[in-house]
Each structure stands twice: as C-alpha cells, then as structure tokens.
Ligand binder design. Sequence first.
Ligand SMILES: [Zn+2]
Length: 114
Amino acid sequence: MEVLTKNQKKDIRLIGKFVEVYCAGKHHAAERVTITLPAGLRERSICKECSSFLEYAVAKRLKCPLEADKPTCKHCRIHCYDKPHREKVREIMSYAGRKLMMRGRLDYLWHYFF
Ligand SMILES: [Zn+2]
C-alpha cells in the first residue's frame, strides 16, 4: 500500500467525494465503474468519464512538488492541471460544492480548495 502524507490523503479524499457528488447528479444514467483510491481510501463508484478525470486529479496530487508547504490549489503558482482539466475541476467543485452546501455538509467546504 502506498504511503501518503496526511495532506495528500485529505485532498484525495475530498476530490473523490466531490467527483462522486458531481457524477451522481450529472451522469446518473451513465454506467458505473469502481475506482479504487490509493492508500486505503475508500472506493468511488462513478462513470467512466469521471473516473478518468479522478485518476488524473489523483496523479497530479501525488506528484505535487509543493508538499511541505502546500498552498490551497486555488492559490497555487504552478497550476499543474492542463486547461481542459482545470475547467472540469472548476465545474465539479462549484456543482458539488453547492450540493454539499444544500445538504449541510459544511465540513467539506471549509477546505474548498479550487
Ligand atoms: Zn460522471
């Protein structure tokens, strides 16, 4: 099993949750695939398109060179995502952010990092 830092785990858990909420709302008719997150984080059941996005996001997060003193991704100077993925993550974050807010899941939002 991979060993991740606390911050990596936290961010990957969060992005997984956001993608899942987004996918459940937007792509509920699409076929589900199961994606297993690293380091014993739970599996997510999402569509193919979202699973390839999530894999991309996880890979980027694992490679983040600013680990020790990482700013929130919103304020990052590197912006490691390419343009289409950056637009996608913005869409996911604002959609899922609103949903979670309506459900009162503010615990996810304090760290709303995109
Ligand atoms: Zn989806």
